[in-house]
Design a protein around this ligand. Structure first.
Ligand code: GLY
Ligand code: MN
Length: 484
């Protein structure tokens, strides 16, 4: 073996664990040489580059003359030296399309108006130091290839890209200038900003309110997530023929999410029988029995991180019983009434009001509420014993999207074209609820659609996922027939 490669130490020694083996100099030298040089190639722009750029310009206009620092966050420890799969901060992703951990976007003010987009990424030293084979967290031979600084500058179409190792000095130099940091993603970045702080919450709020209105790319990606979710529900139907446990249902759905998207957008709820009366039943550790209804609340998160959020209730044996059907049809009526109330200019809460009226009146007909009008009164709200949650939330990169928007722009605001929200009324009759006739106890139903507000009304993105009683039964039959 010839000794040719110069010894070059990385700036910071790669992360080591006690079970890592030592690195003799001779071995390091051997590893650093005789690699075929990388071919120069044209780096393509990230898909949606125009949209990401337009979003950065819109944000820039809101904060003239100020530095805006937006970190994506870091990998989170799952156990000891293993991490959860990294998921970028939604605002950082919304502005860049970048999915690597640790990165930071800075909008650097250019005088009184305008900003320069500076993206900080992990440098890629190629084969020039030991990181590529010795760094278990970043090394190419450990976790796969990644872009470096010049490649990222070209790919993300930003004005400048710098290495993360330059970030502390860069932030220190902002001292004295107005700086806002998007908090909650990187303690290190927050500490490194020494400058006079502005109201950081306002940065989070502005981003959340920008994200209330989806652009064309976002709507297309949400539709993709919904379409994958439909296929995930069909996988579940197939599996129901033999499924013994809720875990199996979760598993087949999650497989579809990983096959077609990035992941699930939230923990899949697969609730058989009375577990459907527990809103976020993600334990999914119960058995599935013939005659049960199974409530599945699940969403595929697309590669672009937009998620669907869909709930369907399926009869395990393929047919609803009389009582199951009665409850189901009432929730369906509420779902349809709520969707009819989705149009520009209506209150965000109008669909909820419409759904709750339908449910309260139905509960009166079933003999569960004595008087729907009384139950609907602001100071009584008795119907809520059975409905438990709100009808809608915004949907997008986060399943509960835009949570930092001001109440007057979201909960007490009006619907506007481009908003995407869920419509998800439900009825939950607990097994031990003595106000409910015994025949209905243990039945839980939620029917959840994803809806885009359009210029005149709405488009139901989930319209192809059957939800009428007959449609659901026919859908299950059709999927089972395909299997044979
Ligand atoms: N998908 C669960 C929820 O909306 O809370
Ligand atoms: Mn939801």
């Amino acid at each position: 073996m010839k000794k040719t490669a110069a010894k070059k130490q990385p700036k910071k020694a790669p992360a080591r664990a006690s079970h890592d083996t030592a690195l003799p100099d001779a071995f390091r030298d051997f590893m650093l040489r005789d690699w075929r040089p990388k071919k120069a190639r044209k780096i393509p722009l990230v898909k949606g580059a125009k949209n990401f750029h337009a979003r950065r310009r819109a944000l820039s206009e809101r904060f003239p003359g100020e530095y805006l620092v937006i970190p994506t966050g870091h990998e989170k420890v799952r156990a000891n030296d293993t991490f959860y799969r990294f998921r970028p901060g939604s605002d950082f992703y919304y502005l860049t399309g970048n999915v690597e951990p640790d990165c930071v976007l800075v909008l650097e003010p250019t005088g009184k108006k305008g900003h320069k987009d500076v993206l900080f990424v992990e440098p890629n030293t190629g084969r020039s130091d030991e990181t590529f084979f010795a760094d278990r967290n970043k090394g190419e031979l450990w976790v796969g290839p990644r872009m470096g600084v010049p490649e990222s500058e070209a790919h993300y179409g930003v004005d400048a890209c710098l290495g993360l190792d330059e970030l502390p000095d860069y932030l220190a130099k902002t001292k004295g200038a107005p700086v806002r940091v998007l908090r909650g993603f990187s303690e290190g970045v927050e500490k490194a900003v020494k400058s006079k702080r502005k109201d950081d919450e306002e940065l989070a709020t502005v981003l959340a309110e920008m994200r209330l209105i989806k652009d064309d790319l976002e709507v297309r990606e949400l539709q993709k997530a919904v379409d994958s979710t439909k296929r995930g529900f069909e996988d579940i139907i197939e599996r129901l023929k033999i499924a013994k446990s809720e875990r199996e249902i979760e598993g087949v759905f999650n497989l579809r999410a990983r096959m077609e998207g990035n992941d699930v957008g939230y923990g899949t709820i697969a609730a058989a029988g009375a577990n459907a009366c527990i809103l976020h039943w993600t334990r999914n550790d119960a058995k599935v029995k013939a005659g049960d209804l199974v409530l599945i609340d699940a969403g595929v998160e697309a590669e672009t991180l937009y998620t669907a959020d869909v709930t369907r209730v399926l009869p395990v044996s393929g047919k609803f019983s009389k009582e199951q059907r009665e409850v189901y049809e009432l929730v369906l009526e509420a779902n349809l009434a709520a969707i009819a109330a989705v149009k520009p200019g209506n209150d965000f809460l109008d669909p909820h009001r419409a759904a709750m009226r339908v449910l309260a009146e139905g509960l009166e007909r079933m003999g569960i509420l004595e008087d729907a009008e009384e139950a609907l009164q602001e100071d009584k709200q008795y119907y809520r014993r059975y409905t438990l949650h709100n009808t809608s939330h915004m949907l997008g990169l986060d399943v509960h999207d835009c949570a930092k928007a001001r109440q007057e722009a979201y909960r007490y605001g009006q619907l506007q074209p481009g908003m995407v929200l869920t419509i998800e009324p439900g009825l939950y009759f607990q097994v031990d609820d003595l106000t409910v006739p015994a025949k209905y106890r243990g039945i839980g139903v939620r029917i959840e659609d994803d809806v885009l507000v359009t210029a005149r009304g709405c488009r139901v993105l989930t319209r192809d996922i059957p939800k009428g009683v007959e449609e659901v039964e026919a859908w299950m039959e059709e999927v089972w027939a395909r299997q044979n």
